[in-house]
Design a protein around this ligand. Sequence first.
Ligand code: ACO
Length: 183
Amino acid sequence: MEFDLNINRFFRNPVTKFKGQDIARSDPELWKIVDHVGEASRVAQNLHRPVTVAHSFANSNQTLYIMTDSSANKGNGAVLGMLKIGPKKLFLLDRKGQQNELDPLCVLDFYIHESCQRRGLGKVLFAHFLEDENIHVEKIAIDRPSEKFLGFLRKHYGLTDFIPQVNNFVIYEGFFDNCDRQA
Ligand code: ACO
């Protein structure tokens, strides 16, 4: 995803991490980039509204990882993808059908640009997030995963058995292991 400006000053690493307050304090050009990537993800997922919008992200307790290639677009840089995560208060059913009020870390938005999907970049970005957060993949909740994302989790992490929920979140076997519960 290319822009008509050099984006490299915003992205110091191949994967750059932003908190809401980083965006709130930043240049309007970075807001435009975030909105643009959020819109691309919306289109890719066929949603009515984007999940990632700069002004709401700026006021959130969420984290955004943006993956870039600084040498692309004649050295002006290009965005390859993004991953947005954050805690959510959720009521989740365990295997026994008991409801648990929890505050898990959730994957909220995940997108790799169409020109480079299925080349392993999603895995690199996702693995970066897991390591950065020091969390095991089965401990996260996923908001409305697409078929592609479900396939991704099956292929890279062997996740197949999910615990049925009544909301749009998907959690996998192992989510409740060694977890403090509030019935
Ligand atoms: N059809 C089916 N499965 C796919 C597809 C596809 N078009 N693209 C990726 N996958 C899955 C498959 O398991 C694939 O393995 P395979 O090629 O051997 O079949 C695996 O992902 C590939 O892994 P990576 O190359 O590491 O993943 P990629 O870089 O493509 O990133 C992602 C995965 C983010 C899901 C990407 O395909 C994408 O942006 N898709 C469109 C947007 C989307 O669906 N995002 C998730 C929304 S849900 C949420 O955000 C909570």
